[in-house]
Design a protein around this ligand. Structure first.
Ligand code: GLP
Length: 261
């Protein structure tokens, strides 16, 4: 795992966007795994700007999102399909039929999950998977005790997650209790994983995920098993990491990061 510290939230989001843009330019038919959440909004704003200003071309890109709430229609303003359409898909030249999210209103949710796995496999797997982290330590909606080999499935949300996301719904009672999410095993199959976390509210959970033991209690810690996982944080989210000096040295000196400094 690689840990990169940037001075603030804006710089961290910009770095993630530049890595995604590099991937898209290098491989115009890239398969992106995408994430939602407020942290990702700045990343998508950068990609939209790069599309407008530097003609970053999404016409060959295919995408698979991590998760979707059970019971929400695609045009529900709180659905992740709506989030993605508004923040990214409608603002770049991606073909909507190449963008995929699980259907949280499928009549047979089990079949929907199996079909989603098959769609990803048929696309050749995910080249670059974007991730945020929830306060419960989840990636996607892989709440505590999610099997580290889990695949796309239905998952009940924890009280921590319900509390964290309820403001978007105008209260906990209005929020879905279940979601469809790629499994931890599905995420680990991506060729590269890129997790972004910013702000002091994420400092504790980032320290647990990065420097703590690999445990299904903090599913982001499973990224320690991945051969190419990069975690990008701002100073606030890095505050509880023990090896901050080492991580800063990596970004300042390793040749891989030369073009990004
Ligand atoms: C939701 C998503 C997660 C995401 C998390 C972070 O719970 N299911 O994939 O990581 O939000 O949210 P935020 O960026 O708003 O802190």
């Amino acid at each position: 795992m690689e840990l990169i510290i940037q001075r603030d939230k804006a710089a961290a989001a910009a770095l993630v966007a530049r890595i995604v843009a590099h991937e898209v330019r290098t491989n115009p038919c890239t398969v992106l795994g995408l994430a939602t959440g407020s942290t990702m909004e700045a990343v998508y704003a950068h990609l939209v700007r790069m599309h407008r200003e530097t003609k970053l071309d999404f016409s060959g890109v295919r995408t698979f999102n991590l998760d979707e709430y059970v019971g929400l229609a695609p045009d529900d303003p709180n659905s992740y399909r709506h989030f993605m359409n508004e923040h990214l898909f409608k603002q770049v030249n991606i073909h909507l039929q190449n963008t995929h999210l699980p259907n949280g209103r499928a009549a047979d949710l089990g079949a929907e999950c199996r079909d989603y796995e098959k769609l990803m496999a048929d696309a050749g797997g995910i080249d670059l998977q974007l991730l945020g982290i929830g306060k419960s330590g989840h990636i996607g909606f892989n709440e505590p005790l999610s099997a580290l080999k889990s695949r796309t499935r239905e998952k009940a949300l924890t009280p921590t997650t319900i509390k964290q996301n309820a403001p978007f719904f105008g209260g906990e009672d209005k929020m879905p209790r279940r979601a469809i999410t790629m499994g931890v095993g599905t995420i680990l199959d991506a060729r590269r994983c890129l997790l972004l976390a910013t702000g002091e509210a994420k400092a504790d959970i980032i320290a647990q995920a990065v420097e703590g033991p690999i445990t299904s209690m903090v599913t982001a810690s499973a990224l320690q098993l991945h051969a190419k996982a990069t975690v990008i944080v701002d100073e606030a989210a890095a505050a509880k990491l023990k090896e901050r000096e080492y991580y800063r040295w990596i970004f300042a000196n390793e040749p891989e990061w030369e073009g990004y400094r």
